[in-house]
Design a protein around this ligand. Structure first.
Ligand code: PMV
Length: 354
């Protein structure tokens, strides 16, 4: 009777911020210094698949990422697991003769196996899909009654940006006011069908691990940059309002203007950090210049660009026609080649969690 195993598999997409989160006011609870907004990617290209299992024969909690075992002893995993266990419900499977009560979860151990279908830690937010998927899968396995808002607040404690991957479409993460983090969670602004003309194009500039983790980078920015405080207090609140309006009205001109300005200010904060953080490389700069030139020659934005804590640039095309032209242009100027920086292209749209 001790031989049973229960399993749940979930898939979660990653997300790309268009109003950036950079800087924490509380490092343990992961509470940000400003609100942020993101677009969730489709499951086909940029997502994590996680299988979680539980059995009385498991001796301790264990984790495998892309087939390699990793320790779960880090604070971020421990906080997430502790919170989920505290919300766990009763689970019953009559056919298998399994009955797990709320209290049993404290003594049962979990095995977690997770796969990314894209390069880990190259500024394509693998921690976002990873923690969102982990929390979502465990919530199903352990029969949590909490809504996605509460789950997003748990995922937030694994990786800030993960709280925005609990929803598809367009998502806002409220920084919140409380010290305990209870009001720092994500909500959906519009679902994936709202703006289905919008297309995402990612020239994969590099699949190398980034040099400075976002945790360390943010800490150094908060400690040394003077621009970051001005940005959080004076710039972001206005842009949040404008971006919500742009998304609501499917106003690509405003969406593009704000997205590009946000990316550039985020990298300006990185440069304003001591020692400076260089996340973009020559190829990222050249791609941005190529887009700027094109937008300028057309007289209005056709494509928006944004780049996180790594060299990969994420592009948003106004519609499918523009995306096709953009791909042609990119292929001409940046042909993928094993010896160059550019490896491949990803074409996607927005999607939902499964
Ligand atoms: O939560 P993290 O460690 O993945 O932080 C990511 C921060 C940025 O990707 C640079 C910006 C954002 O809003 O996602």
């Amino acid at each position: 009777s001790k031989k049973w195993v229960l399993m749940v598999t979930a898939q979660a997409p990653t997300n790309m911020s268009v109003i950036k989160y950079w800087g924490k006011r509380d490092e343990t609870l992961i509470l940000p210094i400003n609100d942020s907004i993101s677009v969730t990617f489709d499951l086909q290209h940029l997502s994590t698949i996680t299988t979680v299992s539980v059995s009385p024969t498991f001796l301790h909690d264990r984790l495998w990422l892309n087939g390699k075992e990793f320790s779960l002893s880090g604070d971020k995993y421990q906080r997430c697991l502790k919170e989920i266990r505290s919300c766990a419900g009763d689970v019953e499977d009559e056919k298998k003769g399994i009955k797990i009560t709320k209290k049993d979860w404290e003594n049962l151990h979990l095995h977690i196996a997770s796969y990314n279908n894209f390069p880990t830690a190259a500024g394509l937010a693998s921690s976002a899909s990873g923690f969102a998927c982990l929390v979502f899968a465990l919530a199903k396995l352990m029969n949590l009654k909490e809504d996605n808002g509460k789950l997003s607040a748990i995922a937030r404690q694994g990786s800030g940006s993960a709280c925005r991957s609990l929803y598809g479409g367009f998502v806002k993460w409220f920084m919140g006011k409380n010290d305990d983090g209870s009001d720092s969670f994500a909500v959906q602004l519009a679902d994936e069908k709202h703006w289905d003309d919008l297309l995402i194009v990612i020239p994969v500039v590099s699949s190398r691990q980034k040099e400075t983790s976002s945790t360390r980078g943010m800490r150094e920015s908060v400690e040394t940059s003077t621009l970051i405080q001005y940005r959080a207090k004076e710039v972001v609140p206005k842009r949040i309002v404008e971006m919500e309006e742009a998304i609501k009205n499917r106003d690509f001109q405003s969406f593009a203007r704000l997205t590009c300005a946000e990316s550039n200010q985020f990298h300006a904060v990185c440069l304003d950090t001591s020692p400076p953080l260089f996340y973009m490389n020559d190829t990222s700069h050249r791609i941005i210049t190529c887009v700027e030139n094109w937008n300028h020659s057309e007289g209005s934005p056709q494509v928006a660009y944004t780049c996180d804590a790594g060299p990969n640039v994420v592009l948003f095309a106004q519609n499918r026609k523009v995306a096709a032209l953009l791909l042609q242009r990119l292929f001409f100027h940046f042909p993928p080649h094993p010896d160059t920086d550019l490896k491949s292209y990803v074409l996607g749209d927005t999607s939902i969690l499964q």
